[in-house]
Write a protein that binds this ligand. Structure first.
Ligand code: PMP
Length: 305
C-alpha cells in the first residue's frame, strides 16, 4: 500500500511517519475509537479532485463520537476544511480514500469512556476498487450475527465493532465467497461486513430499516434518493427475511468503498437469471457519474478540493 505523505494529527498537519500512538493507547487496547470512510474521485477531464458528501460523512462521524461520550471541538464544516487542507498538500491526482479517526488517546489501564482524552487524526490514501467482483459478487449468509444496538450500536462506526465485521468477512473469504450478509439478533437481514443491502422484488427496492442494526450508510441514502427521483422506483424500508435473498430479482450492496456492488449469487444460488439486473446496472451507472461530478443535477453532493 502506498503511504500518504501527511496526516492531520494532534491538531496539525504533520509528515505521515510522525502520526503515531503508543501501545498503551486506550483505543488500541479497548476499541474505543470511531472512524469515517470518505472517497475522493479524480475527474480526469477536468483535472480535478472531488470528495463525495463529506459533510454528511462528518455529521455521522460526530454522531458516532457522541455514542462514545467523546467531546471533539470540531463541527462537520471544520472537519471538511481540515480535510481539504490536507488534500491540497497531498496533491493526489487519482481516486483516494479519506480516513478520519477519533480515539481515546490516554495511555493507561481502565475500561471506561469517561475522563479520557479524545484525539483526532485524518489521513488520505490512494484507493481504487474495494470489491474484486463488484459486477458479479457471490455472497453467503454469515453464521455470525450482527452486533445489536444494546451491545455495540451498529449505527456508529465504532472501531471495536469491526471485530464483528472482520469475523464475517474472513469466514466468507476463506469459504470462497466475495462477501457475506449478516443477520441481526431476530434473524432478519442486517447488512454486509462494510456495506448496506438492497433487494429488488417485483419492481420495488427493499432495504432493512435503520433500526435493523445497520450503519446508516451515506451511499444507502444516496441510492434511495436516486431510485426514487431518477428511476421512479418505489423504495421500502422494512425487515427482510433470509429466504427473500434466494427468490429476489436483484441484490446489491452499497458502501463508500464497495460503491454499488452487484451480487449475482447467494449461497451458490443464482439471483434472477444469474446476471446483474437492470435496476442495479442503472444505479451503478448513475452513481459512477455523480461521484466524479459529471452529473450537473447532483453537483451539490460533491466538494471540489
Ligand atoms: N455498513 C457498514 C458496517 C460499513 O462499515 C459501511 C461502510 N462505511 C457501510 C455499511 C456503508 O456506509 P457508507 O455508504 O456510508 O460508506
Amino acid at each position: 500500500m502506498e503511504h500518504p505523505k501527511y496526516a492531520f494529527f494532534e491538531g496539525q498537519i504533520v509528515p505521515f511517519g510522525e502520526a503515531k500512538v503508543g501501545v498503551l493507547t486506550h483505543a488500541l487496547n479497548y476499541g474505543t475509537a470511531v472512524f469515517g470512510g470518505i472517497r475522493g474521485y479524480w475527474n480526469d477531464q477536468q483535472q480535478r479532485l472531488y470528495i463525495f458528501r463529506p459533510i454528511d460523512h462528518y455529521q455521522r462521524f460526530i454522531q458516532s463520537t457522541r455514542l462514545l461520550s467523546m467531546e471533539l471541538e470540531y463541527s462537520p464544516e471544520r472537519l471538511c476544511e481540515l480535510t481539504l487542507e490536507l488534500l491540497r498538500k497531498e496533491r493526489y491526482q487519482r481516486d483516494i480514500y479519506i480516513r478520519p479517526l477519533a480515539y481515546k488517546a490516554d495511555e493507561l489501564i481502565g475500561v471506561r469512556l469517561h475522563n479520557l482524552r479524545d484525539a483526532l487524526s485524518i489521513v488520505a490514501l490512494p484507493f481504487d476498487r474495494y470489491m474484486k467482483n463488484d459486477d458479479h459478487a457471490h455472497v453467503t449468509v454469515s453464521s455470525w450475527r450482527r452486533v445489536d444496538d444494546n451491545m455495540i450500536p451498529a449505527r456508529g462506526k465504532i472501531s471495536g465493532a469491526y471485530v464483528n465485521s472482520s469475523l464475517i468477512k474472513t469466514d466468507a473469504y476463506r469459504s470462497g465467497f466475495d462477501e457475506a450478509i449478516v443477520l441481526n439478533q431476530d434473524g432478519h437481514i442486517s447488512e454486509g461486513s462494510a456495506m448496506n443491502v438492497f433487494i429488488v422484488r417485483n419492481g420495488t427496492m427493499i432495504t432493512p430499516a435503520i433500526t435493523d442494526n445497520i450503519l446508516e450508510g451515506i451511499t444507502r441514502r444516496s441510492i434511495i434518493e436516486l431510485a426514487r427521483e431518477e428511476l421512479k422506483i418505489p423504495v421500502v424500508e422494512r425487515p427482510i427475511d433470509r429466504s427473500e435473498l434466494y427468490i429476489c430479482d436483484e441484490l446489491f450492496l452499497t458502501g463508500t468503498a464497495a460503491q454499488v456492488t452487484a451480487v449475482t449469487r447467494v449461497d451458490h444460488r443464482p439471483i434472477g437469471n444469474g446476471e446483474m439486473g437492470p435496476v442495479t446496472a442503472s444505479l451503478r451507472e448513475l452513481y459512477a457519474g455523480i461521484v466524479r461530478a459529471q452529473n450537473p443535477k447532483y453537483m451539490h453532493w460533491t466538494v471540489l478540493v
